[in-house]
Design a protein around this ligand. Structure first.
Ligand SMILES: Cc1cc2nc3c(=O)[nH]c(=O)nc-3n(C[C@H](O)[C@H](O)[C@H](O)COP(=O)(O)O)c2cc1C
Ligand code: SF4
Length: 428
């Protein structure tokens, strides 16, 4: 079994939220090192590490940073995405609750590398405890001289501001997040221009997920080559996999990318209840296409392998369903979520999410026809690829792939006039 790695989180019974405990564990050593290097050298190290964003899209972090204008005009900002609202995803929360200085140090190094003046951390509104913990850590970092003016005598002036969301998933989409931070409705912006050129308050902005930023300190301290010894060639390093659903030991597990999904489910997460068998697995949060048990047994958890298997790594949030789970019910819950969270700007998304929810509900209720199953497929095709942001694609994949990969179970609902698993109607 692959051993858990502790780059982002302390051991389960430890909490490094106090600056003293963080510093006893190499805390802020990377910041000292980075601030003694040229900013461009820090950026090159992050680029060379192969670090890919952990917020869902998997884009190269160093490459994204290199898109900022080379002429340095201030102000320049970081928007740090701590919205974490995708059902099944609960990894950033662990960092905010148990190792907040790791994120602060990552932000500080990113600020140095990109000539940034201030970071805005946008946090999921329900994360009251993580918010308080993070804000307290920011205060400690300021008192210790890691924030404020002329940090460690480097000439860098840098501040972190923390903002709480109000419960909208769409504010986790990077430009929806920026609209919300600027005080407007969290509706995604059309691109171009991209945030690197015109982001927060129309200024150059780096946007990264909490976990992505939290990998930066150990990359700088131990080097890109060391980071690349973990994971696979194109998916370097570790990630915090979150496992939920029908397993005996749900939770978070920090493991190198490329670990077999079978190992995560059956060893780290304790496997299934006695007598149950695996039916379905969503490997990366509910936006990502579901896998059948057969497919799930074959894949490793890295970007390329999952893409070849017809899904994506997303946030590494693994949702496990055993043979007692009804896939149509799972699809209803997902469809309902996206219908509720669509911001309504694009017709395909606004109308499509509503139709999907309605149609999948009718399958569970036993009132759908075979023609309705084809209509679900058509609606998902119409929703993909033409909208302002990726929520529409996520809704189409999250729901549509349940139908494509479990068509016989959907058909059984139609033929039997309801759920073949227990016959109980399900109101969602
Ligand atoms: C509807 C929607 C919701 C999203 N929610 C989050 C979120 O909660 N946290 C996050 O880090 N990224 C989220 N993303 C992805 C962000 O738009 C963006 O790609 C990410 O913050 C970039 O950081 P990274 O490159 O470090 O992954 C979301 C995207 C979409 C389309
Ligand atoms: S795809 Fe959906 S959520 Fe995204 S901008 Fe369009 S309507 Fe809003």
């Amino acid at each position: 079994m692959t051993s858990e790695v502790r780059l982002l989180l302390p051991k389960d019974d430890e909490n490094w939220s106090s600056i003293d405990s963080y510093r006893q564990n190499e805390g802020y050593e990377a910041a000292r090192k980075a601030l003694s290097m040229a900013p461009e050298a820090v950026l090159e190290e992050v680029k060379a590490s192969g670090l890919r964003g952990r917020g869902g899209a998997g884009f190269s972090t160093g490459t994204k940073w290199s898109f900022l204008p080379k002429e340095i005009e201030h102000p320049r900002y970081i928007a740090c995405n701590a919205d974490e609202s995708e059902p099944g995803t609960f990894k950033d929360r662990q960092i905010l609750e148990r190792n907040p200085h790791k994120l602060i140090e990552g932000l500080l190094i990113a600020a140095w590398a990109n000539h940034i003046d201030a970071a805005y951390v946008y946090m999921r509104g329900e994360y009251r405890g993580p918010y308080d913990n993070f804000v307290a850590a920011v205060e400690q970092a300021r008192e210790a001289g890691f924030l404020g003016k002329n940090i460690l005598g480097s000439g860098l002036d840098f501040e972190i501001h923390t903002h709480r969301g109000a419960g909208a998933y769409i504010c986790g989409e990077e430009t929806g997040l920026m609209e919300s931070l600027e005080g407007r409705k969290g509706q995604p912006r059309k691109r171009p221009p991209f945030p690197a050129i015109s982001g927060l308050w129309k200024r150059p902005t780096v946007i990264n997920n909490v976990e992505s930023m939290s990998h930066v300190p150990h990359i700088v301290l131990k080097g890109a080559d060391w980071f690349k010894t973990l994971g696979t060639e194109k998916s370097t390093g570790t990630t915090i996999f979150g496992v939920s659903g029908d397993v005996l030991n749900p939770g978070t597990f920090e493991l190198p990318l490329g670990v077999p999904l079978r190992e995560i489910i059956f060893e780290h997460a304790g496997g299934l209840r006695p007598g149950r068998s695996l039916k379905a697995v969503i490997p990366g949060g509910v936006s990502m296409p579901v896998l059948t048990a057969e497919m799930a047994m074959d894949v490793t958890m890295d970007h390329d392998t999952l893409q070849k298997a017809g899904t994506l790594l997303g946030t590494g949030a693994i949702v496990v369903m055993d043979d007692h789970a009804c896939v149509v019910r799972a699809a209803i819950l997902i469809a309902k979520f996206f219908r509720h969270e669509s911001c309504g700007q694009c017709t395909q998304c606004r109308e499509g999410t509503g139709w999907l929810h309605k149609l999948v509900k009718s399958v569970e209720a036993g009132t759908a026809t075979m023609q309705d199953l084809d209509t679900i497929d058509e609606v998902t095709n119409f929703m993909e690829g033409h909208t302002i942001c990726a929520l529409s694609d996520a809704a189409a994949w999250g729901t549509g792939w349940f139908l494509r990969r479990f068509r016989s179970e959907f058909e059984a609902h139609v033929h039997q006039g309801g759920c073949p698993l227990d016959g109980v109607s399900f109101e969602v």
